[in-house]
Design a binder for this molecule. Structure first.
Ligand code: G1P
Length: 293
């Protein structure tokens, strides 16, 4: 089954990035020279996705504008002979078909996915959460699409091992490995943000999912869960009791850019891995460290 649609929820208020997010959507905060959302959309496109569905809220129009053409800027760059820059922004304006839907109340991730129901076709679709950047080849979402195809086109949740003390930040899954390479798990349950004392495993999702359309049936059945919100995790938990759902340990380096520490780590690492900035960054870190009082 070809997976062509990806849902990216972007309706959150981004309170961990205040005051910047008072006027700028969290997703538009840049890492080096492009906003965080660019990297997420790029992961989806590089995984074969053709249509991006943003679950949006008020004051977030700049996200859609970023992926649209900007003819005034294009004209300006053209008449000033800035052809490299022109090509760059034209490419961003055409990289994906963007659709958006409003989440009128912030009732949780499960609710955010439910509002896309009318836009999702019969095929499976991907969900990518913007707080985590995952860098690697092949892209994380492509690894999950491949795992789904290899396992009867069933849903697949991307997972990683986390320290036990961190389980309460994530949706945690439990299940049994389906083969000896210990990468793919047939899921038994999924729990949103368990305590370290109660968690069944340390297998956490950083927010990468391949879902089938019947997720909407389960999203309609769930009640408010952790944090008083409608949780996608609770719907997946119901789903895996009724049909095969897999989880897969993806490969790649993941940055938790939902907080300023992970954001700083990503920024420094991206600079160190950017040929234009590598030498300069190394020298700068040495110089600044020496200058510390
Ligand atoms: C959400 C999901 C959680 C997932 C996490 C990944 O939680 O509910 O299952 O593990 O994203 O970042 P949030 O971080 O929005 O509280």
């Amino acid at each position: 089954m070809k997976i062509k649609q990806a849902v990216i929820p972007v309706a959150g208020k981004g309170t961990r990035f205040l005051p910047a997010t008072k006027e700028i959507p969290k997703e538009m905060i840049p890492i080096i020279d492009r906003p965080m959302i660019h990297y997420i959309v790029q992961e989806a496109i590089d995984s074969g996705i053709e249509q991006i569905i943003f679950v949006n809220s008020t004051h977030k129009e700049s996200i859609e504008n970023y992926f649209d053409r900007n003819y005034a800027l294009e004209k300006f760059l053209e008449s000033n002979n800035k052809l490299k820059e022109l090509e760059l922004i034209q490419k961003i304006g055409t990289m994906a078909e963007i659709v958006s839907v409003r989440q009128k109340e912030q009732l949780g991730l499960g609710h955010a996915i439910l509002v896309t129901e009318a836009l999702i076709g019969h095929d499976n679709f991907a969900v990518l959460l913007g707080d985590d950047l995952i860098v690697g080849t092949p892209p994380c979402t492509q690894q999950l699409i491949k795992t789904s195809a290899a396992n009867g086109d069933n849903p697949v949740i991307g997972i990683m091992d986390v320290p036990k003390n961190d389980v309460s930040k994530y949706g945690i899954i439990d299940g049994t490995f389906i083969n000896a390479d210990h990468k793919t798990v047939l899921m038994k349950e999924m729990i949103e943000k368990p305590t370290p004392a109660k968690t069944p495993t340390t297998w956490a999702t950083p927010g990468r999912y391949i879902l089938s359309r019947d997720i909407f049936d389960y999203l309609k059945q769930i009640k408010r869960g952790a944090g008083g919100e409608y949780q996608l995790t609770d719907a997946i938990n119901l789903m895996c009791k009724n049909r095969s759902v897999f989880a897969h340990f993806f490969s790649g380096k993941r940055y938790d850019t939902g907080n300023i520490f992970g954001y700083l780590e990503a920024t420094m690492n991206f600079a160190l891995n950017d040929a234009r900035l590598r030498e300069y960054s190394i020298e700068l870190i040495k110089k600044l460290s020496k200058e510390l009082p």
